[in-house]
Design a protein around this ligand. Structure first.
Ligand SMILES: [Zn+2]
Length: 148
């Protein structure tokens, strides 16, 4: 990632506060898999790690493991790329806990599978009951810490 991109990503990060609630809600509701070729390449080149840890502050309530996210928040150079990724983790979480992809997001999910088949997150679409409980406990403890 070039220095310009890094500066742009940082600028976007600080701008997150200025992203209007309306705009954020629109991006979070989007059912479009809207990611640039660079980010697709980035996600596709990540390697699955059996012992990867859960990320605490990706986005409140959203679940991803360390090996599923590129370094330095590269995806944040564009809100479309970032929120597409956030939505991907949300749809996968739905799949983990409900056993199926929400019908509204079927096309999104298929598009993701086609675009980034090597994304480590696709190796985590079925977990044991204990693993699911560990995720819930993880988020519960994070929330409890934030409110204490
Ligand atoms: Zn991108």
């Amino acid at each position: 990632m070039g220095i310009i991109n890094r500066i742009e990503a940082k600028r976007n990060l600080t701008r997150q506060n200025h992203l209007s609630g309306e705009e954020r809600a629109r991006l979070l509701r989007s059912k479009k898999f809207d990611m640039c070729p660079k980010c697709i390449k980035r996600l596709n080149s990540l390697r699955f790690k059996q012992d990867a840890e859960l990320i605490p502050n990706l986005y409140p309530g959203y679940t991803a493991w360390r090996d599923e996210v590129p370094k330095r928040y590269d995806l944040m150079h564009s809100w479309n790329c970032w929120y597409t990724f956030i939505n991907l983790t949300r749809v996968r979480k739905g799949l983990l806990f409900n056993g199926s992809v929400w019908p509204d997001y079927q096309a999104f999910w298929e598009r993701a599978l086609e675009s980034i088949p090597n994304w480590p997150g696709f190796r985590r679409t079925k977990l044991s009951k204990q693993e699911l409980e560990a995720i819930e406990r993880f988020h519960y403890e994070l929330a409890a810490r934030e409110w204490s």
